[in-house]
Ligand binder design. Sequence first.
Ligand SMILES: Cc1cc2nc3c(=O)[nH]c(=O)nc-3n(C[C@H](O)[C@H](O)[C@H](O)COP(=O)(O)OP(=O)(O)OC[C@H]3O[C@@H](n4cnc5c(N)ncnc54)[C@H](O)[C@@H]3O)c2cc1C
Length: 291
Amino acid sequence: MEKRYDIAIIGSGPAGLSTAINAKVRKKEIILFGSEDISSKIAKAHGINNYLGMYGKSGEEMASAFRHHIDEMEIRITPEKVTNIMPVDDYYAILTKNGMYYEAASVILASGISFGKAIPGEKEFLGKGVSYCATCDAMFYRGKVATVIGYNKSEEEEADFLTQVAEKVYYIPMYTDEVNVNEKVEVIQDKVLEIRGDQKVTELVLRNHVLTTDGVFILRESVAADSLIPGLEIEDNHVKVDRLMKTNLNGCFAAGDIVGKPYQYSKAAGEGNIAALSAVSYLDARRRAVV
Ligand SMILES: Cc1cc2nc3c(=O)[nH]c(=O)nc-3n(C[C@H](O)[C@H](O)[C@H](O)COP(=O)(O)OP(=O)(O)OC[C@H]3O[C@@H](n4cnc5c(N)ncnc54)[C@H](O)[C@@H]3O)c2cc1C
């Protein structure tokens, strides 16, 4: 059997890291998914004046202080993007973009939010030509046309990967950095307006182009939480939680920007603390029920 962790934490921003250190203090076996740079929302901050002990520090300095803290506590970030979380009996099965599989008795969602609204047609065609993971769904586009909307430079490799399978790949960058993709990818700088289709996606409407395409990969840093885990209750575009950061799913908790405003480091870290303690109580109560 796969190793089953006590707590899987999705996200390595302030909410996820605070969850991780508090769960570790309580001696729980954790797996922390996220990115090596901690969080792009920390790295991009110029100056931080409202986080205790960080007055006047830059985002980079904050990230480096957070890194030092988790290193000292021997907490490791697993640099994999989680694409699916499935509730199974009394645990959660977790799949990542690299095709890895993990199991955990509880899950804490701390994956932040993506700014910007869903693209018209995105929800309607999800699973019918709209996908959030190129490596997971590339095989459906063998010999077909695929379009990638990339919100971060790191998504360029997904477009490159698709050229190994698809007949044609368009790439639409949603950022201003220079784009470096292979010569088989056609880069189109334009504003995305709408995904259209009938039973499945047939075209992507841009301000100055209409692309005929079989699929649209929308690659943001954070995936909408209800696409990550089925049955999760959402309210006003955020995961619905109570004061103990419990979601409507047993053993699933959430913290940070993903649960709502204000979008702030201190709030995220505080909620991560509460979510960790709630998960610990949940696991301990379960263990007592079995004994
Ligand atoms: C430019 C800028 C400046 C800011 N300045 C301030 C400030 O001065 N003071 C302040 O209080 N707040 C500030 N904020 C807001 C603050 O950054 C956020 O409120 C805070 O980072 C939220 O923390 P979080 O842990 O909820 O999410 P995030 O910091 O967004 O972290 C989310 C993490 O989840 C990871 N992740 C996402 N999806 C997945 C997945 N599917 N699998 C695995 N990992 C995943 C990401 O890689 C990231 O590590 C600023 C934000 C920006 C953008």
